[in-house]
Design a protein around this ligand. Structure first.
Ligand code: 8YV
Length: 319
């Protein structure tokens, strides 16, 4: 059996695939593979491991009907045309659960970094601008006892909420399509309408999928409904906020700060104004990037691939 991988995955997983007599071809270029190249690369393969934002769209799927399985190196699957995959009966699997703690850590890191203007302070030193001690500069906002608003309280959102509660005794409010009874019971999370969530949150953290409903949900109109000292955190997908509106909202002090692990587009341009603002922190989509989590993700990928190649039901299907 043959599997194409469009990037790097944990070595232990490659070894397990090889032990199962799977022959591997990997994309090793320093740029993202294009859809045409992907179609060509998967032409004579049995399985495909998709690393990064490969477009698994109708063009790709229609040209790749022979694939027995597609295993995503992510929990998010906004890059997949699920309806077409379903119609063509191509099993597609993801990596749920194992990256919740690491991604919530990244959201927490961004919240804290923004609240104390940490990235700006670091740049002040590296830019040679730290010339004297100035107590009135780089003043942050404290988090103790503040209200955390979670937009999309699933596995990752719950991890983030628990950390904020434990560290800062933050009150947790949330907005979801459906109620999260576990969070209501365990951490007294309070369900609010979307507008109430915006009005009450001191920190608003996004942990929802990118869908037609959430695309550019955070626009100027929405930022205007938030507190002027609120911090906006997005570790989900860059497409969920409108970047120009976010820049404007920060410039005009409609909101106080923002922490982003995801941008639109990715990679972000090095001259993007967000990178030069005081109460902003941006990371290059490292939400789940730890040794332990990458290994765990690769473990689920191997399970999806082996099951799919054997014609069995895959254990972590997206549909
Ligand atoms: C992945 C992610 O590492 O799981 C997701 O949805 O965004 C990240 O954890 C990234 O998609 C690269 O594969």
């Amino acid at each position: 059996m043959k599997v194409f991988i469009s990037g790097n995955i944990a070595p232990a997983a490659l070894q397990r695939l090889e032990e199962n007599n799977i022959s591997i071809t990997q994309w090793n270029e320093d740029r993202q593979i294009t859809t045409d190249e992907l179609i060509e690369a998967c032409k004579d393969q049995d399985g495909f491991i998709s690393v990064g934002p490969n477009k698994i769209n109708a063009d790709f799927l229609n040209a790749s009907k022979h694939l027995k399985v597609i295993a995503l190196h992510s929990v998010g699957f906004d890059q997949v045309d699920v309806e077409v995959a379903k119609k063509l009966n191509i099993p597609v699997g993801n990596t749920p659960g194992v990256l919740s703690a690491a991604t919530a850590d990244t959201a927490f890191l961004l919240m804290l970094a923004v609240s104390r203007k940490a990235f700006f302070g670091y740049r002040k030193i590296t830019d040679g601008n730290w010339v004297k001690y100035e107590p009135a500069q780089e003043l942050g906002i404290e988090l103790n006892g503040k209200t955390l608003g979670v937009f999309g309280l699933g596995k990752i959102g719950l991890e983030m909420a628990k950390k904020c509660k434990a560290a800062y005794n933050m009150k947790v409010v949330y907005h979801n399509r459906s109620r999260n009874e576990v969070a209501e019971k365990e951490i007294a999370a309070e369900y609010l309408s979307f507008d109430e969530l915006l009005a009450q949150s001191d920190v608003l953290t996004v942990h929802t999928a990118l869908t037609s409903e959430t695309k550019e949900k955070f626009s100027m109109e929405v930022f205007r409904k938030m507190k002027s000292n609120a911090i906006f955190i997005n570790t989900a997908r860059g497409g969920i906020h409108n970047e120009q509106d976010l820049i404007k909202a920060l410039e005009e002090k409609v909101i106080w700060g923002a922490g982003l692990d995801v941008t639109n587009p990715e990679p972000m341009d090095k001259n993007n104004p967000l990178l030069f603002m005081e109460s902003v922190a941006v990371l290059p989509h490292i939400g789940s990037a730890t040794e332990e989590t990458r290994e765990a993700m690769a473990g689920l990928i191997v399970e999806n691939i082996l099951a799919g190649l054997n014609g069995e039901k895959i254990p972590y299907p997206i549909y």
